[in-house]
Design a protein around this ligand. Structure first.
Ligand code: HEC
Length: 160
């Protein structure tokens, strides 16, 4: 092999190596920034709440962990990160209210509005509120989350 060829091959090798290192570190960074949502709930609370959430058809209207019934198009707020916007006691009161719209005005038709869950057993409402309050959003995505919630609730453009 001529010296020139060695040099070319060597350079390509070095470039490939740098490319690989870069893509590895970048994938990691993107991945870390990709998912701004997390929950601080214990495994037990998460499991019980998820079951109550499922049985009561919350995902017919809401999306959580990017899961929502595909056929449904109700513009309900996304619940990811809701625990950074609302307190546990507010969530409990909201789920317990016989008239949720008195706490949070709706802009939707009656059939799309948040139904009252006042008739759920108190324990279920407590677990749901505890779990919802544990759904947090990382700081770098908080403003985005507020914006999305505001726009869903009001249909208006969000101005900081
Ligand atoms: C029929 C559709 C529908 C169902 C089913 C439903 N919701 Fe809602 N929910 C809404 C809508 C729409 C809003 C926004 C307020 C309004 O328009 O009444 C809302 C608001 C909320 C909020 C307040 C969000 C905020 O921005 O502060 C929470 C929390 C919530 N729902 C949780 C739940 C849970 C938990 C369940 C199941 C137990 C559930 N929802 C079932 C439609 C629904």
């Amino acid at each position: 092999m001529k010296a020139g060829e060695k040099f070319v091959l060597g350079s390509i090798g070095v470039l490939l190596l740098f490319g690989m290192i870069r893509s590895f570190t970048h994938v990691k960074q993107d991945h870390e920034r990709d998912i701004p949502y997390y929950s601080t709930a214990s495994h037990e609370v998460a499991e019980r709440a998820t079951e109550i959430y499922r049985v009561n058809g919350c995902k017919e209207c809401h999306s959580l962990w990017t899961m929502k019934d595909m056929m449904e198009t109700v513009p309900a707020p996304i619940l990811d990160g809701i625990g950074s916007l609302r307190s546990e006691s507010w969530l409990y009161d909201y789920l317990s209210s016989s008239d949720p719209q008195s706490m949070l005005k709706s802009r939707l038709k009656k059939e799309y509005m948040m139904p009252s869950y006042a008739k759920l057993p108190e324990d279920d409402r407590r677990i749901l509120a505890e779990y919802l309050a544990s759904l947090k959003v990382k700081d770098w995505y908080l403003e985005q989350t507020k914006k999305a919630e505001y726009e869903k609730l009001t249909g208006l453009e969000y101005k900081k």
